[in-house]
Write a protein that binds this ligand. Structure first.
Ligand code: PLP
Length: 396
């Protein structure tokens, strides 16, 4: 017998359809230099400080005096301490070391955190959405059944230009709410005041917020919270997930962390138990690289790379706005959410700009029904390519 919940998963044709359309176009038009503004991966190299830390850590493995085998499942104290001192204390948030769990990236933890929650819990996600939140709930049966294009136990909270990308609080009770800010795919953010309304809701309803802050390092404006714990009371209703993937180019290195405050009652102990049983820790070499992000050189190098991507975002936003497009996001996130022209669907616009100007985007409808009528552009490319892409946009 198999876990039949897996059979309920809706196939995501998004990235495979994009890849096959791009492949067919390139075969027909080998002369066109296709530019991808669709990729969600970083392109700039690792910070030098991280490379040096990794080399040093590798050398430590060469002698039995400094060799490290299995590490603590929760992560090494040197990294947990660096996280608290750099990511939280400066923002007025006090955490204990045993509230921080080092991971091999936010995707695993987003998917695994459901292990410690009842499968009968109801779920809320903003729409459009990072697909992992939905699919991981389908896999364990928590999503319910897929009827008329909807999961019976998941509430989709629409965000679009109509509500200025601020999700309305649910009318009903929801047990688990996923919030991702800065948001993938829309690139939009919530202010402290707006996020505080969710914390208030969660405390009142005894709900749990799973706050995905994978793009926190891209925030440029002071009124945008980097952590949900900047909101008073959030430690009693929220788990926070962080990633070094987009912060410091760790998409291939793999490291992140999850904060499970002890104010959440048993959840801290349950997550600890879950990790000790099913996870054997992130590699020592990787954790040393992550620690180096917090050194003065590391911080400066990270700022520079993020500055590079955010310059791309500002440049594209500016040019697209000049051309009369309605664009959202891209001010505190590496994603731009572009409204397609009136009456043109996400996929029609995707096809149009691929065929007319050789540019690849990601159709918004692939992230959920409320993504229809938008495409996502990423700022992770090379600056020269963003310039070329904007020149080409003028042609349509
Ligand atoms: N959360 C969001 C919203 C993301 O967009 C991504 C990656 O694209 C992740 C989590 C996963 O990050 P990681 O590379 O740390 O697994």
């Amino acid at each position: 017998m198999i876990n039949e919940n897996f059979l309920k998963l809706q196939s995501s044709y998004l990235f495979s359809t994009i890849a096959s359309k791009v492949k067919a176009f390139k075969a027909e038009h080998p002369e066109v230099d296709v530019i991808s503004l669709g990729i969600g991966d970083v392109t700039q190299p690792l910070p030098q400080a991280c490379l040096e830390a990794m080399h040093k850590a590798v050398d430590e493995m060469s002698s039995s005096d400094t060799f490290r085998g299995y590490g603590p499942e929760q992560g090494y104290d040197f990294l947990r301490k660096a996280i608290i001192e750099n990511d939280y204390i400066p923002r007025g948030v006090q955490l204990d070391m045993d509230e921080v769990f080092i991971s091999d990236g936010a995707k695993s933890d987003c998917g695994n955190i459901g292990d410690i929650l009842d499968t009968r819990c109801s779920v809320g996600v903003t729409d459009p959405v990072y697909p992992v939140y939905v699919d991981s709930n389908v896999m364990c049966g928590r999503a319910g059944d897929f009827v008329d294009g909807k999961w019976s136990n998941i509430t989709f909270l629409p965000v679009s230009a109509a509500n200025r990308f601020i999700p309305a609080l649910p009318q009903e009770h929801i047990d688990i709410i996923y919030l991702c800010y800065p948001n993938n795919p829309t690139g939009t953010v919530l202010t402290k005041e707006q996020l505080a309304k969710w914390v208030e809701y969660a405390i009142r309803e005894k709900s749990l917020i799973l706050f995905d802050a994978a793009y926190e390092a891209y925030i440029q404006h002071d009124d945008i919270p980097h952590s949900i714990y900047e909101i008073p009371g959030a430690k009693s209703c929220a788990i926070e997930l962080r990633s070094y993937s987009k912060t410091a180019g760790f998409t291939g290195i793999r490291c992140g962390y999850t904060v499970v405050p002890k104010d959440l009652g048993q959840l801290n102990a349950l997550w600890n138990r879950r990790q000790c049983t099913k996870f054997n820790g992130t590699s020592y070499i990787t954790q040393r690289a992550a620690e180096a992000i917090y050194s003065p050189e590391g911080k400066q190098q990270v700022r520079k790379t993020i500055g590079y991507y955010m310059d791309n975002a500002a440049f594209m936003r500016g040019k697209l706005t000049e051309m009369g497009y309605e664009v959202f996001g891209g001010t505190d996130a590496p994603y731009i959410w572009l409204k397609t022209p009136e009456g043109v669907t996400s996929w029609e616009f995707f096809d149009l700009i691929l065929h007319k100007i050789g540019i690849v985007t990601t159709p918004g409808s692939g992230f959920g029904p409320s993504g229809e009528g938008y495409v996502r552009l990423t700022a992770f490319g090379r600056h020269e390519d963003c310039e070329k892409a904007m020149e080409r946009f003028k042609e349509i």
